[in-house]
Write a protein that binds this ligand. Structure first.
Ligand SMILES: [Zn+2]
Length: 424
């Protein structure tokens, strides 16, 4: 269009270019939360140039398009560091199996596009999607579709297939003649696991996800324990291969045997961690290994799964105690919900905030997990989870004050991503 008009003459061309210059946007925030400094600024403008924040100002620049959120509390867009967009709830094994056996990948990808829209509408402008559950590299496609403007959703960091050794992950329990799909990529031995990491990175993995343990049970002495998956040698190969390609490793790890192997191999985050022992907490605090607690999913599955195995109610209970001890010890805690493990349209993943506050965090601390800390985990500090100059213009607004009532985060009424208004 522009080029066609330009051939009409220099005057028309110059006029068109001038009118196409991007207009500044100024979001007038009644209250602006600076999560990093824990300061509240009142009646300020977040000045946005294109997709990034230009400055925080007392006045709107002349000619700026003003969005009036005087009655709102405004904060950086939320980051959920543990999601599965290609999953739609798996409180029971039957629900999980049906998704892998009866649903095509195109169907799952289409439903994932709706999950992504839901997440964004709830204020989550970035997600770390941490395993496709049998959907190949479809998360890479979803990420591309969002980046290319084909669908609307949060910015994605993706783990692709996740890794577990042979025999350690479903689908299982079917007739031995049947080749049923697996929810992960199986790999064995240091060489085989290195190859799997290389393949996932070649196909677009931003991080690597491993399953460190499985099969949770209670010992006669009352302790909750699990079966280890990989050997230390295998996990070390995975971590080394990921790190030398500048990718982080997230380990699903529920009890101390998983933690000791995962931490021994040098993983960057423990996912879930409902049963944390003192040694693991010490190591995580010292080496700054992130805990991604996913309390929402633990609450969601506790009821249905305890019908056949009461360990799930025990894990739910233990998770609060572990959370408190990790918080007290200075373990970096990053916001993660396991959305997809629960149905995207049944629960708002922002409920995780209230669970952190109920388990001992201040509202400021809870907000930090989904902004500053999550951005650090993603190595996006200064760009995401903050509204400082140069950051991506990802904003959330609530009518109520989340510092007074953290559940205000579950009722966002304004969402902007990359300077584009998503919800108003
Ligand atoms: Zn998960």
């Amino acid at each position: 269009m522009r080029r066609t008009l330009c051939i009409l003459g220099l005057v028309a061309c110059v006029g068109l270019v001038a009118s196409a210059a991007p207009q500044l946007v100024a979001v007038k925030a009644g209250r602006l939360l600076d999560v990093g400094s824990q300061q509240v600024q009142e009646n300020v403008f977040v000045v946005i140039d294109g997709a990034t924040v230009k400055e925080i100002s007392r006045t709107a620049p002349a000619g700026a398009n003003v969005i009036d959120l005087s009655g709102h509390t405004v904060m950086p867009g939320f980051i959920d560091a543990h999601t599965h967009v290609l999953l739609q709830g798996d409180a029971t094994a039957e629900e999980y199996d049906a998704q892998l056996l009866k649903e095509s990948l195109p169907y799952r990808a289409l439903r994932a596009s709706r999950a992504l829209r839901i997440a964004l509408d709830h204020g989550f402008t970035t997600i770390r999607d941490i395993g496709n559950e049998g959907a190949g590299f479809a998360d890479v496609d979803l990420k591309r579709a969002i980046a290319g403007g084909i669908i609307v959703g949060p910015r994605m960091f993706v783990a692709t297939k996740a890794l577990a050794p042979t025999g350690a992950y479903g689908l299982s329990g079917y007739g031995w003649e049947l080749a049923v799909p697996k929810g992960v990529e199986l790999c064995d031995g240091a060489v085989g696991c290195r190859r799997a990491v290389r393949d996932q990175i070649e196909h677009g993995a931003d991080l690597i996800k491993v399953y460190a343990d499985r099969s949770y049970y209670r010992q006669p002495d009352g302790q909750i324990r699990s079966l280890p998956n990989f050997t230390l040698e295998e996990l070390q190969a995975i971590v080394d291969q990921a790190h030398r390609t500048r990718r982080k490793v997230a380990a699903h790890s529920m009890t101390p045997i998983g933690h000791s192997l995962a931490l021994g191999a040098g993983v960057d985050s423990l996912e879930h961690g409902p049963v944390l022992d003192d040694q693991s907490i010490r190591t995580m605090a010292e080496r700054k290994v992130y805990l991604c607690p996913t309390l929402t999913v633990l609450d969601f599955v506790a009821g249905p799964r305890s019908v056949t195995n009461t360990i799930w109610a025990d894990l739910q209970k233990a998770s609060r105690e572990s959370f408190r001890r990790a918080l007290a010890a200075g373990v970096p805690i990053v916001f993660g919900t396991d959305a997809g493990g629960f149905d995207w349209d049944k629960l708002n993943e922002a409920e995780e905030f209230r669970r952190y506050v109920n388990a001992g965090m201040t509202p400021w601390q809870a907000l930090r997990t989904a902004t500053i800390t999550a951005a650090e985990l993603l190595e996006q500090g200064g760009r995401l989870g903050t509204l400082q100059p140069g950051a991506q213009a990802d904003l959330v607004g609530t009518r109520e004050d989340p510092l007074r009532d953290i559940t205000a985060t579950e009722r966002v009424s304004f969402v902007m991503k990359d300077g584009v208004v998503i919800r108003k």
